[in-house]
Structures are given as C-alpha cells and as structure tokens.
Design a protein around this ligand. Structure first.
Ligand code: PMT
Length: 356
C-alpha cells in the first residue's frame, strides 16, 4: 500500500531517554543538489546489493549509531549476558525530491514493533529498536498519538497537575517497566525515516550484531518500501505542479536485502521476518516463498485487516501455526504480541542450543 504525502510538522515526541539521539532523520539535507558524481549502476558481476550501496550515500550520522550500538552490544555481552534482538518498526518513506516536500509512505504506525519490543524487554532481552522516527515507541505508545491523548490522563488538584486516580495504577505499571528498561540500559532506540536510511542502518547494525553469534535475533516488523527513486534521478527541488499537469513517477525496485542479511551480514543470528498480505488465499504461499528465497528461520504472516487478532507462524519444515485472540481476550485488551514473543523466544532458544 502506498500513500503519497506532503511533509507536515510532526508532533514532538514525548519520549525522551538517555539513548535518544541528537539528530533527526526526518529533516532533508537543504544543501544537496542532484549529484551527478554518484556513479550510475555499474554493469555485470556486481550484485544488486553492492550496486545499491555504491550508488547511494550513507547517512552522515551513521558512525554515531555504530558507536552507540557497539557500546550496547559490549554492555550486554560482557555485563548482563542478555540476548539482543533487533526489532524493526514502522514504514519507510521514499522521497520524491532531495529537498523533500513530497514522499511516498505506507500505513504502518509501528504498533507491532513497539508492542513487541515491550514483550521482548519483559522476557529478558535487550532491544535495539530501529524505528521510523515519530512512529509509536515502546511504553510511550500507551499515551501518544491521537487515540490516547496524554492530557486525558491528567487532572488538576490545588493548582497542580496530577495523574487522574482512575488511571494511576495502570500508568504506574507502564512507568515501572519503562524505568526498568532505562535503568538496565536494555533499550536502544534508533530512528530512520527514508528507505535509504533504513537500509544503511540495517546493514551496519546487522554486521555489528554478528559479534553475538546465535544470541542475536532479528525481528523484522518494519514495512519497508518495495519501490524507490534512485538518488541519481531524484530532483533537487520541489516538483512544480504547473509544468505538465501530471506527475508520472518511475520507481525502481528496492533490492531484496534479506538474503544478504542471512548469508553475509549476520549469518549466525536467527532471523524472523514478517509477511503482510491483504488476500488471505496467498498469505501462506508467500510466507513459504520468503523462507525458500531468503533461507532464514521463521516467517510471521499477517493480514492487514486482522493483524491485531491473528497471525501465523510458518517454519522451514513447512509447518503453520495460527495464533488467534478470542473475542474475550480482545475485549480484555490482551495484545497478540504477548503470545507471539514467547513463541519466538522459544524458537530462538532452540537456535542458540543448536549452535552451541
Ligand atoms: O506497524 P503496524 O501498523 O502495527 O503494522 C505491522 C505490519 C503489518 C507492518 C507488520 O506486522 C508486517 O507485516 N511487516 C512486514 C510487511 C511486509 O510484508 O514486508 P515485505 O514483504 O515487504 O518484506 C518482508 C520482510 O523483509 C519484512 O519482515 C520486512 O521488514 C523485511 N524487509 C523487506 C525489504 C527490505 N528491503 N528490508 C527488509 O528488512
């Protein structure tokens, strides 16, 4: 699903943690012109993946991220012994201009990723949360975006703002978990906005995670753009609407990097990908196809319409296991991720044992 959007002023995230970066991925580089020195696609021998990274610039803040991730890995490798999961979350954008006014986006709000990250943390994992900047975040998701305005949780008493008694117990639970994640340095949040930023960051983080061998887990819930405008063809300035009265966008396919992740970036890690479809008759076939194509360990299939109440695990031996919430569970506010994550962790434990 693709939506063409214009830039809007994002709300300031209410989430601040010591690991919050001091750069923003959603701001375009105002000084960039179309760069004709970027080599065009080289011919033959060079794989699509190499071609992509040879012809697209790395984000300038990438060394900062690499440093943060290395420190995070060192901390958990030497001090806590925790397994580390990379959770990807939210949709990527495809800018149509270098000074970006318009971009292609998709529906993902980051609910799956942010919710899953919380359950990984609760189950003793350290989490690198690679997410679309300004999408939902673990813990703050309960009170952010339009559905749950944080002000509704407040009340005024004696000229002071307080948490309304009705919500205090529930909020205390969330607050304690959030503080626990912070004090144990178990959550590292890393943002992306564009598909290029996502791909570069995924590659860098994956290569660093390889140091953890089988104790690294990838849980790829992000909705990554399948098509993009290569940097050699992206215009510098806002596309003018008067010019032809029409906008014809000629996009190219984003190389499928999953196989590269499995074979070369983090070959000892366990890799879980997601498959999203809107037609239930092709979901299982597509999930099995992904396992064959990328040779990884687990695909979690979901349908756009029902993704919050049912998912299917598809494994390399061809098994399918549906996980569904009952109506009662849905009413009680049970989150499907509370059932998904323990299953994924079980599989990861087996993976670690097999690789000892
Ligand atoms: O954010 P929500 O609103 O909660 O929605 C969650 C979700 C529906 C987006 C999520 O559950 C989901 O299904 N994500 C994957 C969407 C998808 O079908 O992606 P794909 O088929 O394009 O890619 C397959 C897998 O490879 C995905 O795990 C994707 O994260 C990963 N991928 C794909 C391309 C790429 N270049 N890099 C990747 O990592």
């Amino acid at each position: 699903m693709v939506r063409i959007s214009s830039v809007s002023k994002h709300p300031t995230s209410s989430y601040k943690s010591s690991s919050m970066p001091n750069y923003h991925t959603s701001q375009p580089k105002p000084d960039t012109a179309i760069d004709r020195t970027v080599p065009d696609f080289p011919i033959a021998q060079v794989s699509d993946e190499d071609r992509y990274f040879n012809t697209h610039e790395a984000p300038e803040y990438l060394p900062q991220i690499e440093q943060q991730v290395q420190q995070f890995i060192d901390h958990h490798h030497t001090q806590t012994g925790k397994s580390v999961v990379l959770v990807t979350s939210g949709g990527t954008t495809v800018p149509l201009e270098n000074n970006t006014v318009r971009f292609i986006d998709n529906f993902s709000a980051g609910t799956r990723g942010a919710t899953s990250a919380e359950y990984f943390l609760e189950n003793g994992y350290a989490v690198i949360f690679l997410h679309r900047e300004f999408s939902l975040l673990p813990y703050s998701r309960h009170y952010s975006h339009t559905t749950n305005c944080f002000l509704d949780y407040m009340t005024e008493r004696n000229n002071k703002v307080e948490i309304d008694d009705k919500f205090a117990d529930e909020m205390l639970v969330v607050l304690r978990k959030y503080k626990q994640a912070q004090s144990t340095q178990s959550l590292l949040s890393i943002p992306f906005t564009t598909v290029n930023q996502y791909l570069y960051t995924l590659k860098s983080v994956s290569k660093l995670l390889q140091q953890l061998d089988s104790k690294a887990l990838f849980y790829l819930a992000a909705a990554v753009s399948d098509f993009f405008l290569p940097s050699s063809r992206i215009p510098q300035h806002k596309i003018q609407s008067q010019a032809s009265g029409k906008l014809v966008v000629d996009l190219e396919q984003v190389p499928k990097f999953l196989r590269r992740l499995v074979d070369s970036w983090a070959p000892s890690a366990m890799i879980v990908s997601f498959k999203l479809e809107t037609d239930d008759s092709i979901l299982i076939k597509k999930a099995k196809g992904a396992l064959e194509r990328y040779q990884h360990q687990l695909v979690i299939g979901n349908l756009l319409q029902t993704r919050k109440k049912e998912i299917v695990f598809v494994t390399v031996d061809g098994n399918q296991k549906w996980v569904r919430l009952t109506d009662q569970e849905l009413q009680d506010g049970v989150e499907i991720e509370s059932l998904i994550i323990p299953e994924v962790i079980k599989e990861h434990s087996k993976w670690i044992t097999q690789h000892k």
